[in-house]
Design a protein around this ligand. Structure first.
Ligand code: COA
Length: 340
């Protein structure tokens, strides 16, 4: 039987640390408000907000290099790329092809996934299906975001812009028949598109006629139309309902119990959401990994960054049972349960 095993992990964040106090110089906010509501103390922003070098594809490339090296492979061994981002370098094409080029891979397939905060979970599910079907052997799964260029740092946007940060994480998911190797045991994905407007960026969507309006009527374009908008309370309420549902679905499918888990890594949306879920399941602190305090919400990158850091810090060991769960824009949500 073919197993999907995580052979290598890696992450990369820009050097530039932006603290809550730094943000307070740009807008009316303060460390106390941000810490209390979100748990975030700092995040990374690329040094120059208008930089065209440190892009999502580039951050993904840096994380991918580490994951490939960690797997003991070279880029020539990679036979497929799945790239999740909501902040692509180009409106089209996607970041997958840019990464293929940066890594110098052969003309392998490169798929882009547009599922925002759930992007990495969705991407892992796709990769797992390709591995289990015997189609590919070493799939690079990447989540990368550059949020800092596209946030509203005025008071109008403060409820959103304090949350998000830049970064990237990657894994190499490989096929193996080794009976001692880890495997993906269960996964699920969900969506509820009626809530698309509750967490979205309109620009440059075809629904809104953007390119033409930006050229011909820029004076009448509002902040809310070009920057991310979020119905924060509403998102919060849905997240704390959907997280437990998707977690239990994954555990039940694999015939596992909450007590069997060695580590739970929630998408790093908000520390209060993670703590709510942790409490609901009675999980001890050592079985939940959070790093939102340092990186903010890096959307599709948050789970692979957290997974890489947890492994690097020795908090996840080979053979451990790990659950990844995400919820976000779409709405979309889902989980991947695996043995490392
Ligand atoms: N600094 C200071 N005050 C701020 C602020 C900021 N950065 N952002 C908003 N406020 C103010 C609001 O203007 C509001 O003031 P008012 O009461 O005078 O109108 C007050 O704080 C409360 O705003 P509200 O939006 O109700 O706060 P909240 O408790 O819901 O917290 C979030 C806001 C965004 C932290 C919270 O809703 C959240 O985390 N939601 C989930 C978001 C999420 O996970 N998104 C990612 C999707 S995966």
């Amino acid at each position: 039987m073919i197993k999907s095993t995580i052979k290598g992990v890696g992450f990369y964040v820009p050097d530039n640390v932006v603290t809550n106090d730094d943000l307070a110089e740009l807008m009316t906010t303060n460390d106390e408000w941000i810490t209390e509501r979100t748990g975030i103390k700092e995040r990374r922003h690329r040094k120059n907000r208008y930089d065209s070098q440190e892009t999502s594809a580039y951050l993904g490339f840096k994380a991918a290099e580490k994951a490939i090296q960690n797997a003991g492979l070279t880029s020539k061994d990679i036979d497929y790329i799945v790239f999740a981002t909501l902040s692509p370098d180009y409106y089209f094409p996607g970041c997958g092809v840019l990464l293929q080029d940066m890594l110098g891979c052969d003309t392998i397939g490169a798929l882009d996934v547009r599922n925002q905060c759930s992007g990495f979970v969705y991407s892992m599910s796709v990769a797992n299906a390709f591995i289990k079907s015997g189609t590919y052997k070493n799939i690079l799964v990447v989540g990368a975001e550059v949020h800092s260029f596209g946030l509203d740092f005025s008071d109008e946007g403060r409820g959103v812009s304090v949350i998000f940060g830049d970064g990237a994480g990657a894994i190499v998911l490989s096929a193996t028949e080794d009976e001692n190797a880890g495997d993906i045991l269960a996964m699920n994905m969900h969506s509820e598109g009626k809530y698309a407007d509750d967490l979205c960026t309109q620009f440059p969507g075809s629904k809104f006629g953007w390119s033409d309006r930006m050229r011909k009527d820029p004076e009448n374009v509002t902040n809310k139309e070009v920057y991310p908008i979020m119905n924060g309370n509403f998102v919060f309420k849905h997240a704390v309902t959907r997280f437990p549902e998707t977690m239990m679905e994954a555990l039940n499918k694999a015939g596992k119990k909450v007590e069997d888990l060695d580590m739970f890594i929630p998408h790093q949306a908000n520390l209060r959401i993670a703590q709510f879920v942790q409490e609901k399941f009675g999980l001890p602190n050592e079985k939940v990994f959070n790093n939102i305090q340092k990186y903010g919400n890096t959307t599709a990158a948050s789970i692979p960054i957290a997974l890489s850091e947890a492994i690097e810090q020795g908090k996840i060991k080979r053979g451990d049972l790990v659950l990844l769960s995400a919820f976000g824009s779409g709405f979309t949500w889902g989980s991947v349960l695996f043995e490392y």
